[in-house]
Design a binder for this molecule. Structure first.
Ligand code: GRF
Length: 211
């Protein structure tokens, strides 16, 4: 196994009593969503997932939510004529479920100001690069094409500009000469599943402090 580094690497994580109420947005296979569920189950993370929202019926996170009895909603962006109306729906559901913060766990949508201003400093995202390098949807392809030898992942607060908000935590992994996008993604995702938990804990402490 190749070396990896997580920075910062907190020795003790904040605890939450009552449990931190989080909402999840996901579009893809849901491995980060599952990592969050497992860390809650094993009591590493004092949180409760109030609601999962996915933007497409094929999102694998739906099956995970069903398996673990987590409330979920499919809100298909194709049913809305603009981003603002779509995000208003998301906001109203998360408000109904009383979430304190939102985790974008593989959310393949650009957020409008409507969502960001409804949850100021209360939305975090995970991205498969060491930001500010390689922003955008094809971060892994950009990484491989660039020839850099170090990659990784970042948890950051969400602001209007894509992949640009304040960084909470990052992990680095080597890029091997033999890597293709699948092998590199796999190595990065092993670290994502760790820093997403740390990122939620650190952000959650801030959410409680500013409440
Ligand atoms: C992750 O690699 C994350 O960095 C990116 O989307 C991917 C989602 O993976 N934003 P999964 O759906 O959690 O497996």
């Amino acid at each position: 196994m190749q070396a990896s580094l997580i920075w910062p690497s907190p020795k003790t994580l904040p605890t939450f009593d009552p449990l931190l109420k989080i909402g999840i947005l996901a579009s893809g296979k849901g491995s980060n969503f599952l990592a969050i569920i497992k860390s809650i189950e094993s009591k590493k993370l004092d949180a409760r997932i109030q609601l999962l929202i996915v933007n497409n019926q094929n999102c694998k996170a739906i099956d995970i939510a069903k398996n673990y009895d987590i409330p979920y909603l499919v809100i298909d962006h194709r049913d809305y004529s603009n981003r603002i109306d779509y995000d208003k729906q998301i906001v109203s559901h998360f408000n109904k479920y009383l979430v304190e913060g939102i985790v974008m766990a593989g959310w393949m949508r650009i957020s409008s100001i409507e969502l960001i201003k409804a949850f100021p400093h209360r939305i975090i995202n995970i991205h498969p690069s060491i930001l500010p390098s390689f922003k955008g949807q094809d971060a892994i392809e950009q990484t491989i094409k660039s020839g850099v030898k170090l990659s990784g992942c970042t948890v950051h607060f969400v602001e209007e500009d894509i992949d640009s908000g304040p960084i909470i935590i990052q992990a680095s992994v080597p890029v091997l000469d033999t890597d293709d996008k699948y092998t590199l993604l796999k190595r990065i995702q092993c670290q994502e599943h760790k820093i997403i938990i740390l990122g939620i804990s650190i952000a959650g402490k801030i959410w409680r402090d500013i409440a």
